[in-house]
Design a protein around this ligand. Structure first.
Ligand code: CP
Ligand code: NVA
Length: 303
């Protein structure tokens, strides 16, 4: 694997298979006496410039379970918040830490940190990408399809240009999953990612929800107003309203289709209560898997 996890574009099919295999092993062995401690003696920084529940807790617990020590920093309270440059920050932190997990706004800041640090940098969400979530989603689909990802159909409804849509396209292409995004013209997927051929999976875009949901094995949605885009809230809600994941739309997929959401959900906006709480919803298993998958990623990059 490459040194850093920045978007999913740096991964190969073999890397993805290693992550899935190790996630399964770590999930099974969690809490047993034989559980491995590959981060023993290592300190890992966790920098957050945006809110988080799952990422913050699952990384902090995961680092501790792997034997490491998590150093949690609010970006605004560091000197980065007062203008210390990304390269200077990286050169200082590499004297103390053996890895960094960062959630911030600009993808270029995460890339700059990675370029200027000897140690691995993991993107824990930027405006553009959310690779840890997308890899977790692949692992969750792998579990629910009993290891048969190839040829699965994933329908994604809503903001086709979000960090989730971007990383999910990259990850599904590698996994051999066919992803169809139903999104309006205003929030169409990024063309260079949509047309990428990283693996056997194909990404498609349509404005038609019914078309995207036809024969779908999994249905995914994400918030209409991502963190940092609050100024566009009203416009986004209006334009994305026809892309809601509600019961009528759930019924358009395969009868056994499962519902995924990275969470937090805005119930009543992109997803309705009855779908979130339905038998089809596997969102809390998906959230749990963040822990196992991130432990696998850290083990592979930082051991
Ligand atoms: N899905 C996700 O990244 O959740 P948080 O924003 O709570 O970390
Ligand atoms: N697209 C969402 C994902 C949250 C995990 C956001 O960036 O706010």
């Amino acid at each position: 694997m490459k040194k850093d996890l920045l978007s999913c574009a740096e991964l190969t099919v073999n890397d993805l298979n290693s992550i899935i295999e190790l996630s399964q092993k770590l999930k099974k062995e969690r809490g047993t006496p034989g559980a491995i401690k590959p981060l023993a003696g290592k300190s890992i920084g966790m920098i957050f410039a945006k809110s988080s529940t799952r990422t913050r807790v699952s990384f902090e617990v995961g680092i501790q379970e792997l034997g490491g020590y998590p150093v949690v920093l609010d970006q605004g309270q560091t000197q980065m918040g007062r203008g210390e440059t990304i390269p200077d920050t990286a050169h200082v932190l590499e004297r103390y830490l053996q890895g960094i997990v960062i959630r911030t706004y600009k993808q270029s800041d995460v890339e700059g940190l990675a370029q200027n640090s000897r140690y691995p940098v993991i993107n824990a969400l930027t405006d553009e990408f959310h690779p840890c979530q997308a890899l977790t989603d692949i692992f969750t689909m792998w579990e629910y399809s009993r290891g048969n990802l190839k040829g699965l159909k994933l329908a994604y409804l809503g903001d086709g240009a979000s960090n989730m849509a971007n990383s999910l396209m990259l990850a599904t292409q590698l996994a051999g999953v066919d992803m169809t995004i139903a999104a309006p013209e205003e929030f169409a997927p990024v063309e260079s990612i949509l047309n990428r051929t990283g693996g056997a999976g194909r990404s498609r875009w349509t404005t038609d929800v019914v078309e995207a949901l036809r024969d779908a094995d999994f249905i995914y949605t994400d918030v209409w107003v991502s963190m940092g885009f609050e100024a566009e809230a009203r416009r986004r809600m209006e334009i994305l309203a026809p892309y809601q994941l509600n019961m009528a739309n759930l019924r358009r997929a395969k009868p056994e289709a499962k519902v995924l959401h990275c969470l937090p959900a805005h119930r009543g906006e992109e997803i309705t209560d009855d779908v979130m709480d339905s038998e089809a919803s596997i969102v809390f298993d998906q959230a749990e898997n963040r822990l196992h998958v991130q432990k696998a990623i850290m083990t592979l990059l930082m051991r």
